[in-house]
Design a protein around this ligand. Structure first.
Ligand SMILES: [Zn+2]
Length: 135
């Protein structure tokens, strides 16, 4: 992203009570930070240059994958959630007569997930060596 963000110069009056902007010219509610009940603007405004980040464009292109996921996005839909990763740690725990296994699984994006093997409905299986995940 090398696109220059549009800039504009505002006149900002800072509140004498909280030192936050309480009045801007031209008016822009997003630039007003003061929340005092009766702000006390300073006598002189300060010139402030603000950048306007590009507005997020609404999604026009709906890919097949988006459409597929949107079709699933409703309460009661039965889904299977899977991700692939590598076990970086595992341990055995026991408490109050229960015992089980815990895994730390690192997914290809580098994040680690704590997995309680006893979680109902969870299914863990080995990935055959000829189809290992590509990181
Ligand atoms: Zn204030």
């Amino acid at each position: 992203m090398t696109a220059q963000m549009p800039e504009s110069t505002l006149l900002v009056w800072y509140c004498r009570r909280c030192d936050k902007s309480c009045k801007v010219q031209p008016p822009d509610p997003e630039q007003v930070a003061c929340r005092c009940e009766s702000p006390v603007p300073g006598l002189r405004p300060t010139k402030v240059t603000v950048m306007h980040p590009p507005k997020q464009r609404p999604m026009h292109v709906l890919t097949d994958e988006d459409a597929r996921l949107r079709a699933l996005a409703r309460k009661g839909a039965k889904v299977r959630v899977t991700f692939e990763g590598e076990i970086t740690d595992a341990w055995q725990w026991s408490s109050a007569g229960n015992r089980g296994l815990g895994f730390i699984v690192k997914s290809p994006d580098g994040r680690t997930h704590t997995v309680n093997v006893q979680q109902p409905g969870l299914h863990i299986e080995a990935i055959p060596t000829d189809e290992e995940p590509t990181a």
